[in-house]
Design a protein around this ligand. Structure first.
Ligand code: PMP
Length: 389
């Protein structure tokens, strides 16, 4: 069997014949893929044992950090945005075309990788208070990085507006034939359609359509909208409970629960970070994007998650499951637990693990280290609920 052959390869000498047939099995099982693009999608759905035991439900998490280009769900979005632009003739390989994007990191990383793979340059505008490892990585990937002071979305120097301007400047430059393409993840519908066409169907297939709740945060809203539209509209799962996981300070929680947003201006004067007063990166916004609006009416509820809960969850998952994740994934897992506790025992709750903790060492994980949670999170499962308050 493959298992015994695998064992002999791992634990003892193996004949060339056996080795070859084992490698053939790997190829057949995993498939040979075409370039780095081929490593995007088809991510595993991981049952998180400790959270399932503590809630009496099955908590399943889509391991999106395993997307092979940029290590997040944004790989799917970046690929789709580039392919759509290529089809429309807005991007032509190897003539110096540059992809411009405003991003807190993940989308920029995916775009920077795919730009290299497909003959483009990447220019990324991002707030300067995001974890340093993201901009360092972008630089190593050969992208131009502009780190800007956080500013309100109404101002030209907001990272998204700046990226749009830079793309226009590039295209308007009479000295070059090449063009600037503004990817525009917040408003481009190629964002949610990537999830509607891949993430949603994968979740449906992996669960055999047996899921009772889907829980996700929103940065652009592409993930929650695309998956929700696929499951509720295309698959007619009208009883599926869709829950927005929202970090503290984000306006979306109030929008879903009470139909009103925070007044952004109220906060802008007093906070350095224009968007959301949280250490969580990637989710939480104070405006409704096109992508979020697409499925807003299909979202049933929202759970607000504090930074403290997110930190404790991240630490808990390392301690109990060996799962090392970033801040937005931790918010998702807290909200998944809160959702599961309100549902009948045995329900299946699906959420998203967006990126790895290695992207968050200098901020989120540094803070967790300083909290000294080790002893607390080593306690048994019922304490998870006490821990989350
Ligand atoms: N997690 C991380 C780390 C992200 O960077 C993002 C996107 N900004 C999200 C989650 C949210 O995904 P979406 O944009 O699809 O709402």
């Amino acid at each position: 069997t493959v298992g015994s052959r695998r064992d002999s390869i791992l634990f003892g000498p193996v004949s060339l014949e056996d080795r070859e047939s084992f490698l053939t099995t790997i190829d057949r099982g995993m498939g040979i893929v075409e370039g780095i693009e081929g490593t995007i999608g088809n991510t595993p759905l991981v049952k998180i044992r400790s959270l399932s035991e503590a809630t009496g439900c099955t908590i399943l998490a889509k391991a999106e950090f395993l997307n092979g280009a940029g290590g997040s769900p944004k790989d799917r979005v970046a690929l789709n945005m580039i392919e759509v632009a290529e089809e429309q003739g807005l991007l032509v390989p190897n003539r110096g075309d540059t992809i411009y994007e405003g991003t807190v990191g993940s989308t920029g990383i995916s775009l920077a990788v795919l730009a290299r793979a497909r003959g483009y340059k990447a220019h990324i505008c991002m707030p300067d208070d995001m974890a340093r490892e993201k901009s360092d990585l972008l630089i190593h990937l050969g992208a131009d990085v502009e780190r800007v002071t956080p500013a309100p979305i109404t101002e030209p120097k907001h990272f998204v507006n700046l990226a749009r301007t830079r793309a226009k400047e590039h295209t308007a430059n009479p000295d070059t034939e090449s063009r600037g393409f503004f990817a525009d993840q917040f408003e481009s519908l190629a964002n949610y359609t990537a999830h509607m066409n891949t993430t949603g169907p994968e979740i449906f297939e992996q669960t055999g359509g047996r899921l009772d709740a889907f829980v996700a945060g929103a940065g652009t809203g592409g993930t929650i909208s695309g998956v929700t539209k696929y499951l509720k509209e295309e698959r007619k799962m009208t009883n599926l409970r869709v829950v927005l996981a929202d970090p503290q300070g984000s306006g979306l929680y109030n929008k879903i629960r009470h139909g009103v947003m925070y007044s952004p201006t109220e906060r802008e004067g007093t906070r350095r970070r224009q968007q959301v007063d949280t250490m969580v990166e990637g989710i939480g916004i104070t405006r409704i994007t096109e992508n979020f609006e697409t499925a807003r009416s299909l979202i049933d509820d929202a759970v607000r998650v504090t930074d403290d809960q997110a930190c404790r969850m991240a630490r808990w998952l390392v301690e109990h499951d060996g799962i090392f994740i970033g801040s937005s994934s931790a918010v998702n897992c807290v909200a998944a637990v809160v959702t599961a506790l309100k549902m009948p025992k045995g329900s299946r709750v699906v959420t998203i693990l967006c990126d790895s903790g290695t992207r968050h060492l200098s901020k989120f994980w540094k803070h967790i280290g300083e909290m000294g949670l080790e002893e607390e999170t080593q306690k048994q499962d019922e304490d998870l609920l006490a821990m989350l308050g």
